[in-house]
Write a protein that binds this ligand. Structure first.
Ligand code: DCP
Ligand code: CA
Ligand code: CA
Length: 366
């Protein structure tokens, strides 16, 4: 039975969430930003809707530059709210997990899935299942996504990229070769700018050209593992399985304080071990974080939080230690009551080495 693997990726995720929440934004350029706080407009674009992308705005661009490009086009510039997007992501992953045989989330807005068993290897049934997945996400969260279906992860991912925005691409085993051949090799999962340049130096531009290259030549240039992967990817024969398991989206630690207090210093001190616990979790999972949150549970048992989001993901213990006291300081000033428990959470987790988690064998051999 041929394998049936899918990749689902939400369209312009953060910006689309904002549009759903505020329908009057539809049709206007929407930019979701991380403000660093140094000056009013310092920071970068987290993502933009397709209208804004039409003016050349994209993820990672300085806010100042994005505003320039959108001047006179009635743009909406929104502060990113990571916790909101994460909660929606968690609900969607939960729902998807019930519709497929195996679900492997690989980021806040994307996942691989295996539907070989439930479709019996039938690609017509696979398309229908992809359509019901799209419909389910639309029904529950009002969000559009793109889906690719193919015989391997690499093919499925290419399919979802190509389907963007809002489409489904089904690449049956019989059409895989003709689908892959004309595409640029740079489109392959795991092939970044460095690999692209190296391939160009070898005279390889398309996936078809890559597929015809001798294994020894590729291994000599890229090592046995990555060279082997490139060839498998180019022929749609990469065999990495879809592995179940929810990626952790946050790590947190909450402690009951020695006594009820409003003193930020006392709270920070008693969370010292908590910080170490979180650091251990980050190290063992190979994750960095974008947001750190101070949590206070007051004597009336209400919960108050204060967060700071960094422009780029960090994994540094000293950064947590530096940020947390200020957050508790602010919390205690605004809470108006004493604290019974205090906690820290890091969220917006990303792989330290790559933005999306690549299979182990993709990483260069050491
Ligand atoms: N993101 C970010 N910083 C980046 C890239 C992405 O904060 N440099 C965030 C915002 C995105 C989300 O991650 O909404 C998902 O990233 P994608 O790369 O999937 O991009 P989008 O979903 O925004 O757009 P697309 O429709 O191209 O998938
Ligand atoms: Ca996306
Ligand atoms: Ca994505």
């Amino acid at each position: 039975m041929p394998k049936v693997i899918g990749h689902v990726d939400l369209d312009y995720f953060y910006a689309q969430v904002e549009e759903v929440e505020n329908p009057s934004l539809k049709g206007r350029p929407v930019v979701v930003c991380v403000f660093s706080g140094r000056t009013e407009d310092s920071g970068v674009v987290s993502t933009a809707n397709y209208k804004a992308r039409g003016f050349g705005v994209h993820s990672g661009m300085p806010i100042v530059q994005a505003k320039k490009r959108l001047k006179g086009h009635d743009p909406e510039v929104i502060r990113m709210d990571h916790e909101k997007y994460e909660a929606i992501s968690n609900r969607i992953m939960e729902e998807l997990g019930q519709m497929v045989d195996v679900l492997e989330p690989t980021g806040i807005d994307e996942a691989f899935f295996d539907i070989t068993n439930s479709t019996g290897g039938d690609y017509t049934r696979a398309r229908r299942l992809a359509e019901s997945i799209k419909a389910a996400i639309m029904k529950s969260e009002n969000l559009t996504c793109s889906i690719g279906i193919g015989r391997s992860k690499v093919v499925a991912k290419l399919g979802s990229d190509m389907a963007k925005p809002g489409g489904i691409t089904v690449i049956s085993p019989g059409t895989t070769k003709s689908f892959l051949e004309p595409l640029d090799a740079s489109k392959l999962y795991g092939v970044g700018p460095k690999t692209t340049t190296a391939l160009e130096e070898m005279g390889i531009r398309t996936i078809g050209e890559l597929a015809k290259t001798s294994p020894t030549e590729l291994e000599r240039r890229f090592g046995r593992k990555f060279g082997g992967y490139l060839l498998a990817a180019a022929t749609g024969t990469d065999a990495d399985p879809v592995v179940a398991g929810l990626e952790p989206t946050q790590f947190s630690r909450i402690v009951t304080l020695g006594r009820d207090t409003r003193d930020p210093k006392e709270m920070t001190e008693q969370l010292s071990e908590g910080v170490q616990y979180i650091q251990g979790k980050l190290t063992s999972s190979g994750k960095s974080f974008k947001t750190v949150t101070a949590i206070g549970i007051l004597v009336d048992l209400s919960t108050k939080t204060k967060s700071k989001t960094f422009e780029t993901a960090v994994s540094d213990l000293t950064l947590i230690r530096e940020t947390v006291p200020a957050l508790f300081d602010e919390l205690s000033r605004t809470a108006g009551k004493e604290f019974r428990r205090a906690g820290i959470r890091v969220s917006g987790l990303e792989d330290v080495e790559n933005q999306t988690s690549l299979p182990e064998f993709l990483r260069p051999a050491r």
